[in-house]
Design a protein around this ligand. Sequence first.
Ligand code: ADP
Ligand code: MG
Length: 615
Amino acid sequence: MNSIIHLLPDHVANQIAAGEVVQRPASVVKELLENAVDANASSITLLVKEGGKTLIQVIDNGTGMGDTDARLSFERHATSKINSAEDLFRLHTKGFRGEALASIAAVSHVEMKTKTDDEDLGSHLIIEGSSVVQQEPCVTPAGTSIAVKNLFFNIPARRNFLKSTTVEQKHVIDEFQRVALVHPSVAFKLIHNGSELFNLPVANHRQRIVGVMGAKTNEKLVPVKEETDLIKLTGFVGKPEFAKKSRGEQFFFVNDRFIKHPYLHHAVCSAFEGLLKDKAYPSYFLYLQVNTQSIDINIHPTKTEVKFDNEHAIYSILRSSVKHSLGQFNVAPVLDFNKDSSMDTDYGQNKTTAKIPSIEVDRNFNPFESETKLGNKAFHIDSFKTKSTASWESLYTETGEDQDDLMDIEVESEQISPSLFQAQSPTYQSSGTFQLQRKYIITSTKSEMLIIDQHRAHFRILYEELLKNITAQPALSQQLLFPLKLQLDANEIRVFKVLKESLINAGFSISELGKDFVKINGIPNRLPESETSILLDQLLSDFENDIPDSGFDQTDRLAKSLAQSMAIKNGSVLQKEEQTELVNLLFSCKEPMLTPLNRLVFIKQSAADFDKKFM
Ligand code: ADP
Ligand code: MG
């Protein structure tokens, strides 16, 4: 019988291998940068176009390759870094599998120029889908330049799978940062679509971290240092008060290699226990050196996972060193970030003695009174000033009568908002409002009591309004007396540019957008100036990790973030007029029942429920 098993041709084998090594442009970036570092380059430039979809080029001044090596480097399992299996346990280089170039060449157009120091001429190679189509001598500086074009040109399914330029660019920046952070003695540049995003001179670790993450990082860093028989640990953790709500600034490097390790991540987080506000992640830049024989980095083709022999011991060392540093640098525990600041005593009152509280009762308050004093339009909290003053009672009338007249009419109409009192008696009687625990607004219809969460209600109102502003007419903004200057890192600048248009429509006015800062001279009407920088910081980090592709999703997310931050907080006292206005605005919303994040805005209790309770 004829044999049916045959060996796959090289180009097919390479394409299969490429599936593991090359997932997206960022994977190519990682491999090329690591090769340049392995070649002892002291200066590396990365040029990228359209998030790497059309071009990824790495230029280094490293050892370069001779003619034969240049051609061999694209063969599968061609490596200069190991000779025997034992070498796997003595690794001091990034690469060792000899797969990267072969895999990359299998799925793209590659052009390489390379020259060693002691030769006069270098080689110029052109490779398309695994085959060398040209090799000739050329004049080129010592070192290597590899350009990878049209990634996945021969695998349309994977090409279509690539995300938008912004998303791919974000991944490229991530990889670039990971390599740059661990090699401060190498100068790095990143140029995207012709503009320089990073220019990092040779530096020490701290300077490099600041160069990569932005100038404002410097004040946030607390050094960590520990040396035991097992590991040598150096690096920095971020002060807890700067912890962000998104992951991202978390870097472990083991023997100069970026790795992901949930268990060790947990060790660091546990050192922060009690120091972080809700759902915040600490940032860290930790460099571990361990004996090469005590780890296995061979378990994952992209080499971001390692296995340690002494995981538990490393866990404890890590946890206690981080704890120690936080303690030593006087990072005092902050136990309750959500504490209501309105409950704090004034400093001025610290020395006075406590008085016995007296109870004040509003004797004029009558929950059954059917009249409110809406005639009083003097409305002092800015947060409720709004163009829409349509009162929700008008939803229940057929005619557009003057609101003030409506107040003392019991409206019995068929025209009800279906979303509000479905299948219920269509009556609303303005009964007045009151606030419970600075948190809930209580009001009633003829047969029901409504308990409204004030923060969520305002969140809903602002969200609908912002959505309108961002998409249709730009919102009003308040001019700042002194423009606000925010330091941003390259990633934040990138996100800022994407969001710029929407931010302007939401009421921000931007006077200058520099390479690492932005100047803002106007902010949305309702946004307290003091909260602007925190809000933008949070907004940018929300978007940093996941920029929605479509314009609509982006607007929607922006409106949600802004509205949530701008909404009045629980714990704020609301005046009567503000309470009424809040209720009115809420019920002129399209979806008053739920917050934009689908949480309940109010609950209802019917008179019948009360009747039962009183039986
Ligand atoms: P690996 O890095 O695992 O050895 P690669 O496919 O990435 O495998 O590279 C194959 C070989 O090509 C490397 O071992 C190295 O000898 C050579 N090489 C690749 N990139 C460069 C470079 N930028 N400068 C000098 N030599 C390089
Ligand atoms: Mg390599």
